[in-house]
Design a protein around this ligand. Sequence first.
Ligand SMILES: [Zn+2]
Length: 443
Amino acid sequence: MNTIPRYIALALATGASFGAATIALGQETIYARPERMVERIHALSRFGANPEGGVSRVAFSDADLAGRTYIMELMRNADLDVRVDTAGNIIGRRAGRHDGLPPILFGSHIDSVPGGGNYDGDVGVIAAIEVIELLNENGIETRHPLEVVSFTDEEGGLTGSRAIIGKLTEEAMQVISHSGMAIRDGIRHVGGDPDRLDLAVRKPGELAAYIELHIEQGAILDEENIDIGVVEGIVGIRWWDVTVEGMANHAGTTPMNRRRDAMVTAAELTLAINRIASELEGRQVATVGRIQASPGAPNVIPGRVTMSLEIRDLDAAKLQRVFDLIEAEAGRIAEARSTLIQFEEVDVASPPAPTDDRMRDIIASAADELGLSYRRMPSGAGHDAQDLTLIAPTGMIFVPSVDGISHSPQEFTSAQDMANGASVLLWTVLAVDGGALDTASGE
Ligand SMILES: [Zn+2]
């Protein structure tokens, strides 16, 4: 391995912005190898393969254990020093020239939802290993140690990443996972120690950065034919239980103008929620996903309706504003219908998790340098990265999901798109290693 990175001329902009920074990797730029990545994705999909062509590799299952063994094998073959932390996270470390520096962490997860696909999470882990292979093949040594991570049980509640930030509670560990095992037992089953989670914790400053490559799980990149998504953050989620009070009465004898029909109020409110979220500038979303009328008989005017309201946005203030508008409109609807509408917030504890501004710029520069198109976008789905934003400068890279399908055996991302993402990941890791976070100003 070279002690001086001759292949990198890290020409950082002297101005205030990182925009002009370039990394020239010798004469030619290093690209990830699509055929190697796709071969590994296929190999990984054998573990927990379902008849529909996807995987059911829920965390802590035999399939998960087999998949984990395969990943650890790939890591060892790439000369990584592999360990399982007390939360069950698989971590493969590559020493840095200054090994006392905080490591640059990157990766994702390999567990799936029941009836899942072959790309969600998997692409991020395989790409992280690809980055190590490319560094090895090109004799590149980094200043910082690098750590490739495959997080435990992402789909069951971000278990592994929550433990790393010190927020995996005993209550969360009591939850019975899809494997049938309580998460606590699952952690032990994959080689962790739920009684010593403190040993898995990374404090702010202990990681130089966290970077995650993931499939978009939406259709924006695919539809717009864009190579790379520069993730601005993971949207915050707020939930409310909404109760509409009217008056139950005989459906035959109560004239239309004397009704206090909770269902009609709920219907109007549902339409208003959809209209408010659609008409406002921005990318907020609002959903009524559950509704129940009581007493719930065909011959009784509903006296009471309970329904859910969910709002998501990257900006907490914006999210509040959407709710305020809905609440004000609800007041008008309730009054006009002689009913009552009450909102009670449910604690889902999922605040918006913006990525690091500088990291977004670095990823955008990486795409530019590699001749790839990109756009900035929020993530509507949750990821381990949202936890890591609390303790480290975090960046996230999206690659296209064909037709936006995910959590399904139909999930698909092309070999070239995966390799594009891995190339951007490599560039980003090297830029961070070269000090780009110190020179980048962010937006
Ligand atoms: Zn995922």
